[in-house]
Write a protein that binds this ligand. Structure first.
Ligand code: PGA
Length: 253
């Protein structure tokens, strides 16, 4: 079974018009000057306000796809400051991150809201990248399995295993995000396998096809060991995606 492999860059709240232009021109040069193959899909998620600029620049760089960092769970209406999934599609996005731990933590997003966002994305044809992961305290209390399965279940209870058709999961241990600490390839693999086996209880084929990304301090120096694990299909990259050369180095097969 060959699964789609991806690397997704999450810029978080970084960037400027100038940096966006410089980034994509550097990435384009790196891709054009290299004979290395890229993973099946390379996705960049700039802040909302730069998506239109990025979409325009990516017309010259069709190997790279556009994603957003969040989406509203509502379709349209009086929701000041929110961005609908249809708007993301309109501007050229194909992917959207939902349930990132920073939004769970700083914006108190509930499992229900995250599920609303996940299904709002799916309804428009966007591919949701659902983030799951335990905190340091939860890991120490040996609750990793119950936490990530609970986060998975919040989606499964809505529309069953078919929810994950054309979706992506990113396992991101919260203690590894932005800290320089990375789960070892074996630790990450164990959780990826757990997620895949759980879905396989409902639908083996779907579970086998589903890309499960790892996230948390991924950089070019540790990506290859992580990608070598059988159930790790790529990475969701924060800090290291901010430099085009480093992001490109992670994206090479
Ligand atoms: P990091 O962030 O690579 O900076 O640890 C990953 C993420 O939050 O998606």
């Amino acid at each position: 079974m060959t699964r789609k492999t991806l690397v997704v860059g999450n810029w978080k709240m970084h960037g400027s018009k100038e940096q966006v232009a410089a980034y994509f021109s550097e990435l384009q040069k790196a891709i054009q000057n290299s004979s290395d193959k890229l993973l099946n899909e390379v996705v960049v998620c700039p802040p909302f306000i730069y998506l239109a600029q990025a979409a325009k620049l990516l017309e010259q760089l069709p190997q790279v796809k556009l994603g957003a960092q969040d989406v509203s769970g509502f379709t349209q209406g009086a929701y000041t400051g929110q961005i609908a999934a249809s708007m993301l599609v309109d501007i050229g996005c194909q992917y959207v991150i939902v349930g990132h731990s920073e939004r769970r933590q700083y914006c108190q997003e509930s499992e229900e809201e995250i599920a609303d966002k996940f299904f709002a994305a799916k309804a428009t044809g966007l591919t949701p990248i659902l983030c799951v992961g335990e905190t340091q305290a939860q890991r120490e209390e040996k609750r990793t399995e119950s936490v990530v399965l609970g986060q998975l279940q919040a989606i499964l209870t809505r529309q069953g295993v078919q929810s994950f058709q054309d979706a992506i999961i990113a396992y991101e241990p919260v203690w590894a995000i932005g800290t320089g600490l990375t789960a070892s390839p074996q630790e990450a693999q164990a959780v990826h396998l757990l997620l895949r086996q759980t879905l396989a209880e409902y639908d083996v084929g779907l579970a086998q096809r589903l890309p499960i990304l790892y996230g948390g301090s991924v950089k070019s120096s540790n990506a290859q060991q992580l990608f070598a694990m059988p159930d790790i299909d790529g990475a969701l990259v924060g800090g290291a995606s901010l430099q085009a050369s480093e992001f490109f180095a992670i994206s090479k097969v």
